[in-house]
Write a protein that binds this ligand. Structure first.
Ligand SMILES: Nc1ncnc2c1ncn2[C@@H]1O[C@H](COP(=O)(O)OP(=O)(O)OP(=O)(O)O)[C@@H](O)[C@H]1O
Ligand code: SF4
Ligand SMILES: [Mg+2]
Length: 361
């Protein structure tokens, strides 16, 4: 697979050159291969017996490039948060490989895990519940220094926390206040400051603005973008809102039932999607212009999302796919570029019959 999407080498026309410039460069900072996270399903009270498994993440491969933002989208329950937790080593992987700067990190423990954790931090969805209400903002932001005193020795901590407050646009004098004395947007800034405390290289943002008012969402997104430039951060940005993901992402990965089904640059995914699931997701994005809305060809998905404990054979999307054929039940489609795809649609898609909507085969 080409985790970075295919780049049209030898681009000559202005359009090809512009497209080539869209593709993020640099080395991968995270390399994820065939990652699995299965939660055992057990039966019995006294003698627990495993009767199956929830396949929350079930064979996910992708690269996160240095300095890029990779957006991750997909319906509720498709495994986005589980993927984030496994990458953070908050949940052990069932199988598969995660490399950070070329070093395998999925099976680390003790001091080695602690050292890697410093470089990969997370910003959580809900700024109302993710901050301890009994701790001051100074203690919340400075807590990671207790685990990594080498980043800010005891005497320097107050100053380090005040600098972080300043970096995220909060008054450094608020250091002794408690979370309830802040608005939702301010609390998320505190969460971001805490995420930045150990000077990480990768930040995994799991729905960082979903709990915020629309007006505040843009401010937090702008802050994340500004910090990325300042500290050369790589982001994995999980969100439901496809417009926000397009705004912030260099590339976008689409997940369905524990799998990555399509991945490419924002342009490839939003304007040249080739997987029917991505096309359906995009067709449901609200369009502000009523005239454009009228002419839009919306795809309404029928049927429920199947259980991740018992996914369909072959292509997992086949029970809801309008293009499904007999081959789809038989063969699991690989995430790869299909021979027949051309131009901007030449990126990885896990569909036997991948094709742009106006060019369906
Ligand atoms: N600790 C757990 N034990 C058992 N099943 C779990 C556990 N955590 C998650 N799951 C299951 O794994 C699947 C993926 O859940 P996950 O939270 O990763 O989805 P998500 O894509 O983040 O959804 P949302 O958009 O709602 O946040 C779901 O079916 C969920 O019920
Ligand atoms: S492989 Fe078949 S079922 Fe799956 S998305 Fe493609 S056409 Fe639909
Ligand atoms: Mg989630």
């Amino acid at each position: 697979m080409t985790a970075n999407g295919a780049t049209p080498l030898g681009a000559t026309t202005p359009e090809e050159v512009a497209f080539a410039q869209d593709v993020p460069r640099g080395e991968p900072i995270l390399e994820v291969r065939d990652l699995l996270k299965h939660f055992p399903l057990t039966k019995g009270v006294l003698f627990k017996k495993q009767v199956g498994a929830v396949k929350a993440v079930d064979g996910v491969s992708f690269d996160l490039m240095q300095g890029e933002t990779l957006g991750i989208v997909g319906e509720s329950g498709c495994g986005k948060s589980t993927l984030a937790k496994v990458l953070m080593n908050l949940e052990p992987a069932t199988a598969g490989s995660v490399k950070y700067k070329g070093e395998e990190i999925s099976h680390l423990s003790g001091a080695a895990l602690k050292a890697v954790r410093r470089n990969i931090q997370m910003v959580f969805q809900d700024p109302y519940t993710s901050l301890n209400p009994r701790m001051t903002v100074g203690d919340i932001i400075g807590e990671p220094f207790e685990i990594h005193p080498e980043v800010a020795p005891k005497g320097d901590r107050r100053k380090a926390v005040q600098d972080l407050l300043d970096v995220v646009g909060l008054n450094p004098e608020y250091i002794n206040r408690y979370p309830h004395q802040f608005s939702g947007g301010q609390r998320q800034r505190i969460g971001i400051a805490r995420g930045l405390a150990l000077k990480p290289e990768v930040i995994i943002c799991d729905e960082p603005v979903s709990a915020l008012d629309v007006s505040v969402q843009a401010q937090v997104i702008n802050l994340l973008e500004q910090l990325q430039g300042e500290f050369n951060l790589s982001y994995m940005f999980i969100a439901h809102d496809l417009s926000i993901v397009r705004h912030i992402s260099d590339r976008v990965g689409v997940m369905y039932l524990g799998r990555m089904v399509e991945i490419g640059t924002d342009l490839e995914i939003y304007d040249h999607a080739t997987h029917p699931y991505t096309q359906a997701l995009l067709s449901a994005v609200p369009v502000p212009d009523p005239a454009a809305r009228e002419h839009r060809d919306r795809i309404v998905l029928t049927g429920d999302v199947p259980s991740p404990a018992n996914p369909p054979s072959g292509c997992r999307f086949r029970t809801r796919c309008w293009k499904a054929q007999e081959k789809c039940a038989r063969e699991d489609p690989a995430l790869t570029v299909r021979d027949w795809l051309e131009g901007r649609a030449r990126h990885d898609s896990a569909c036997h019959f991948a094709g742009e909507r106006d060019n369906l085969i």
